[in-house]
Structure formats: C-alpha cells, structure tokens
Design a binder for this molecule. Sequence first.
Ligand SMILES: [Zn+2]
Length: 299
Amino acid sequence: MKAEAMNLVQWQERFGTEEACIEALKQQRWPNGFQCPKCGHDRGHWIVSRKLYQCGRCRHQASVTAGTLFHSSNVPLVQWFLAIYLMVCDKGGLSALRLSKQIGVSWITAHRMLRKMRHAMADRDSIYRLGGLVELDDAFVGGRRSGGKSGRGAEGKTPILVAVESRGKKAGFIAMETTPSVSAEKVRQFAKRRLLPWQTTHTDGLVALRVLGETQQHEGRVTPADQVDKWLPWVHIAIGNLKAYLLGTFHGVTGKYLQEYLDEFVYRFNRRFWEPELPLRLLNACMDHTPVRLAAEKG
Ligand SMILES: [Zn+2]
C-alpha cells in the first residue's frame, strides 16, 4: 500500500490542530459516515467536548479513539500525531528524553508513547513471512558495556535470531527476535513464525540451526572466518547495522526492552526505500492498531 510522502511543514498543515487529528481518525474509523458499533444505526451526534459520537437510537457513546492505539491516553492527538512524525523521521531512533522535550510531555509519557508506537510497528511486520534465498544466524546484542568479550555467550548480552532475504545485490526483508537461548526448539519456532516453508536457507552450520532441515531447504556450511561474508553477507550486515543502531541511540540496551528496539529497527529496515512515506504509514498503523496495554513498569 503506497502512502503519500510528507515533510514536517505539510504534516503540521494537515495535522496541526486537535480538530484536524480528530477528523483524520473519524475518516479512518467511519469512512462512510458514523455507524453505531453497538446497534448499527447510522445517525449520531458528535459531542465536541468529549470527542465522541452518541448514537441517535441506543445512545451508545463511541469515542473516536476507542479501539485505536490512542485509546484512553491523556495526551492530545495533536501531540500524538507529531510524535509519530518525529519518531519515524529520526533515523537513529528517537529517545524518550528528546521526544519529551520536543512535544512537551513527561519522560514517562514519552517513553510509553514510544513503546506503543513500537508495538504498532511490530504488528505490521509480524504478518510477513520471509522467502526466496534466506540467510539465518544468531547473534548476541545489548548489554551496558561495549567492547569486552564478544562472541557467543558474552556476559550481559541477549541472544537473538536474525533472518534476511538475500536478493543478490541487495537485502530484502528481515526479521529479528530475542530468544532465551539458541536451542533447536527456539529456532524451530522462529522459522515457523517468520519464514515461508521450504525456502533455501543458508546458515553457518551451528548445531542448533540444523533443525531448520525439518521445514526448510537448509544448507549449513561451516566457513573459515575470512569467507563468512561470502556465504552469509546480508545477515552479517544487518547484525552490524543493528549493533551500531543500539549503541548510537540507546547507549546499550538491557534485555527488558530489547525486542521493542528490534521491532523498530526491523520496521525501518524493511521500509528503507519508502522513507518519505513513513510518517503516514506509521500513522495508519497506529490508527488501525488495537489498544496496547503496557505492563506496569518502574521508570
Ligand atoms: Zn446505537
């Protein structure tokens, strides 16, 4: 689905007032005019002060944000919409501190908004299954310290599984998931969720990855260090980019939120050729998304 490319000036011209944002949500929810979600009646009055429709027959009150990512948020829509723009346009990944200053909300609120937007990003990509020639590998990322021990099992780091479509001179779509361990069972589940069956799948021959032979045309090849980039070029580039991204923006990430950062990285990577369309694409994803309940968390 193609979306319109928009710069910040155009964005604010269109979504610069609360009324304009409400109108956009109304359009999304009721493109053919109001319809009561309870009784199906097509007449209602709009109650401006409460941003909701009251059904003319059963008097059910339908909030314009109900059932969207913005459900029961105290943040005005105009700030939400601006946050969506700022988040996708910040290539390095927008921090909660910066967002809080840019739109004038507390750090906690900005942090929660970013987490909800990452959920919407993850959902968009979770539908897709990788296919064609796929490179698959594991890696260890995150942790507060950079440098030090590297390689499998490094302290304070979280194992992840990464799959990349190899399309010759470029990479196609990617998928990344944290995992408690790189075991045959976890690899099996990852492949089931993320790959179409019976694709040509290249790996480095790690024992736990051999399970891929059950559902894929798996080719595991143990390669000397200097030839690894020939056998698995794209998956290693993707992992390298991810590590730089995590270090640059988030100064190392702990395991707790790592999957959400992976989701954001993957969302951007998979849409790197459609950058100007990203704000509207993410806005649509948020308007379509069901409410996200974040687990209670300590700051
Ligand atoms: Zn009704």
